[in-house]
Design a protein around this ligand. Structure first.
Ligand code: UDP
Length: 234
């Protein structure tokens, strides 16, 4: 296996499956199975989950809500998703710990970096909820930040497309996919990989990102074992 410790970022939307909103438990169970298979190969896995399937601060601001208030609501939404994923992982027999950047002691642990690393060393899957705990950030940034903090080898961004394209492949049929791209090229071409704060954190800390299609069964295992699929940013 190529990696010892990985951080997987799942967007909230990825948990919707074919639905327009909310959580498709069948989809979440599929992810849980894929994650379990990789864990069984001995790789330590931490996961950051987004909340866009439930609530997004920026969209709420556009309809007149106070941004910081809306962002806190978005962070709470991520915890709902994390709990769904935790439930699915435990259903398939994987031990997990959920840590939230906003304290919610009835449902999860608070985020404590050293404890998270200890859980990982023990083979538990650690799910990080509530993003960074701060408004005006995203869960992509939380993924980069946590990955750096726990000394992960790579950030794996599981999406519904199979990598980074020259243009949006759903709109432009001539768009082509990059196998590999530098952080600088991401800036220069203005590519939509993760938000700039997340990208900058990774670049400054030499943390590679791989964007890949998490919805294709077995892809997560391929990536974890070092197969070249998706797009590598480094
Ligand atoms: N959010 C935040 N701070 C963070 C992470 C998330 O304020 O550190 C809020 C923000 O409102 C965001 C929402 O939580 O819109 C859901 O997160 P995100 O949009 O990153 O989820 P994803 O797009 O990955 O589903």
């Amino acid at each position: 296996m190529k990696y010892k410790r990985i951080l997987l970022k799942l967007s909230g939307e990825s948990l919707m499956g074919d639905q327009q909103y909310g959580i498709d438990n069948k989809q979440v169970l599929q992810y849980a199975q894929d994650i379990k298979s990789v864990r069984e190969k001995g790789i330590e896995i931490a996961i950051v989950v987004g909340g866009g399937n439930i609530f997004r601060g920026l969209s709420a601001e556009k309809s007149g809500m106070d941004r910081a208030q809306a962002d806190y609501m978005g962070m709470l939404a991520t915890v709902i998703n994390c709990m769904a994923l935790q439930n699915a992982l435990e259903t398939v027999g994987v031990e997990t710990r959920l840590q939230s950047a906003i304290k919610m002691e009835q449902v999860c642990e608070p985020y404590i970096r050293r404890r998270a690393m200890h859980h990982l060393e023990e083979g538990k899957i650690v799910i990080f909820g509530a993003g960074t705990g701060n408004p005006y950030f995203t869960t992509d940034t939380a993924a980069s930040l946590r990955a750096i903090e726990i000394k992960a080898d790579v950030v794996l961004k599981g999406t519904r497309v199979d990598g980074i394209y020259t243009a949006d492949p759903e709109k432009d049929p001539t768009a082509t996919r990059f196998d590999e791209i530098s952080f600088q090229e991401v800036y220069d071409k203005g590519l939509n990989v993760m938000d700039m704060t997340a990208i900058t954190l990774c670049q400054e800390n030499n943390l590679p990102i791989i964007v890949f299609d998490m919805n294709k069964e077995g892809n997560f295992m391929k990536i974890a074992s070092g197969e070249q699929i998706g797009t590598l940013v480094k």
